[in-house]
Design a protein around this ligand. Structure first.
Ligand code: FAD
Length: 473
């Protein structure tokens, strides 16, 4: 019997449900074939998310004692090729519940109908699946707080132990039959050039152990300050599947010192639940990448100003905290959560630009791009999603900056033009008198832009835009 294990966005060797089950189900004479599918479109639209993803894949492939097989082409071509070359009896994989992944699963299951081989699929990517946490009366939640109350009550799934020595014994090498796939893989790896902080399963654990050793206890207090290294940085690893959310949870249960104040730990676990929450929302609103979840806010008259959009993208808006955040994103592929909220709010409420444009820009730049969380975050900020920030509570970017980067440390790290600007003006350098500008070697309008909009005016316009739409005028 031959079992193929199809890796997708679960690029790890531990606590991997499909892999663990395939090994568990195998007898001593059975074969296991490790598999990765490369779609031709990947090479066409290569960006930061792919760059990081394929570096993670490379780490996995190189760190696995069993050989990996690459099949390429569209789904049907790739699997036809597999089945022609190898007598596969079962294909094991972890399912996706939303977005592109779900569509791929649906097409795959349809394709497998009537085939000799059988598809064996598992829930793996989330702690609790999209349909798992339901209201007592049936139906799913639309608001996070009651969802989370319920989420906490559920038994957490156990870690799925992978028997590595059995895997090594059963793994087969048919690589020679899949040379085209190997070439496609090598081509993609050849395109990954940027270097990133932390790639793959080992790096994920190194980071998480450090986080649980200390910063997690202050997470509730520190997580909003971008100049502090106070968050776990797990999103990139959860995105690529270099770690599973289950194993993070169980590791915390084992390692956290519960004699200490554990409010930080609890807050951290609630953030992991947000990931499940948005996965659920995306599952039930599959069109939410393109459409507002709240129907009455569809068709808002968004601004379409290429120049303003370019200033936002480049980090040249004249609002230091927004600019610092966008430059961090452009350079590292990651942005702090507080600043994702601030920059998304700025694009939609200060520039009055369509949240879809922002969502797509983040999709191109984020190494942790997760459609469900990104769409959820954008629709939250745009006040068009489920459980969003109310449209009349508009973030003031300067106040955000004063509160969450009080000394301007984060700003100065990312906006070198402002390094010598005194603390008094760091949140709004346009207020600097001329002599101060000279002293700080930062002439507003020359070295650093004047604010591209007036916050108060735009805030009023945003509120009016929403109010008009709501009232049907
Ligand atoms: P930590 O603070 O250490 O949180 C731990 C984990 O909890 C994260 O890794 C993540 O998996 C989860 N988490 C935390 N906050 C959220 C949240 N609001 N929604 C869903 N999950 C959460 N997260 C992504 O993983 N991918 C995205 O594409 C993404 N886009 C976003 C876009 C916007 C506009 C906003 C407001 C938020 C977005 N988030 C996204 C959520 C959040 O900003 C990131 O998960 C977080 O900044 C990642 O850093 P971290 O791992 O250090 O987070």
């Amino acid at each position: 019997t031959t079992r193929a294990v199809w890796f997708r966005r679960d690029l790890r060797l531990n606590d991997h449900t499909a892999l663990a089950k395939a090994i568990e189900d195998s007898g001593q004479d059975d074969d296991i074939l490790l598999l990765f599918h490369i779609h031709p479109d990947l090479n066409k639209s290569f960006h930061a998310t792919h760059d990081y993803f394929f570096q993670t894949l490379q780490k996995l492939v190189e760190g696995t004692k069993a050989p990996f097989h690459f099949i390429e082409g569209n789904l049907k071509e790739a699997f036809d090729d597999l089945f022609e070359n190898v007598d596969v009896d079962y294909v094991y994989f972890n399912i996706d519940e939303s977005g592109f992944g779900k569509k791929r699963d649906d097409s795959f299951l349809e394709y497998m109908e009537g085939k000799q081989a059988e598809a064996c699929s598992f829930m793996d990517h989330h702690m609790h699946g999209a349909k798992e946490v339901t209201k007592k009366s049936g139906g799913y939640y639309k608001v996070f707080t009651p969802y989370y109350k319920q989420w906490k009550q559920y038994m957490k799934p156990p870690v799925q132990k992978v028997d590595h020595s059995k895997l090594e014994e059963l793994a087969v090498d048919y690589m020679s039959s899949f040379q085209d796939g190997k070439k496609a893989y090598e081509e993609l790896i050849g395109r990954t050039e940027r270097s990133f902080d932390g790639v793959g399963e080992e790096a994920a654990w190194e980071r998480f152990e450090t986080f649980v050793d200390g910063p997690i206890y202050d997470y509730d207090k520190e997580r909003d300050f971008p100049a502090v290294d106070g968050t776990s940085l797990m999103s990139r690893y959860l995105r690529t599947g270099a770690v599973s959310v289950r194993s993070l949870y169980h590791y915390m249960q084992d390692e956290v010192d519960f004699r200490k104040n554990t409010e930080g730990v609890e807050t951290y676990i609630s953030e992991l639940a947000w990931r499940d929450f948005y996965n659920m929302i995306y599952h039930f609103y599959p069109e939410s990448k393109d459409k507002e979840v709240v129907e009455k806010y569809r068709g808002l008259p968004w601004n379409n100003d290429e120049e303003l959009f370019a200033a936002w993208k480049k980090g040249e808006t004249g609002f230091p905290i927004i600019d610092a955040a966008m430059r961090q994103l452009n350079e590292t592929g990651w942005m702090h959560n507080r600043l994702r909220m601030a920059t998304a709010s700025f694009l939609t409420k200060d520039l009055l630009m369509d949240w879809r444009q922002g969502e797509r820009y983040f999709a191109e730049k984020l190494i942790d791009y997760d459609p469900a969380s990104n769409i959820g975050g954008w629709q939250w900020a745009a006040s068009t999603g489920t459980d969003p920030v109310p449209y009349f509570r508009v973030f003031n970017p300067t106040r955000q900056s004063e509160r969450f980067d009080p000394h301007g440390r984060f700003i100065k790290e990312w906006v070198p033009e402002l390094v010598d600007v005194p603390k008094k003006y760091i949140h709004d350098p346009s207020k600097m008198p001329e002599n101060e500008q000279e002293k700080a070697k930062c002439i507003i309008g020359e070295d650093y832009p004047s604010p591209v909009v007036d916050h108060k005016t735009m805030r009023d316009r945003a509120i009016e835009m929403f109010k008009d739409k709501k009232d049907g005028s």
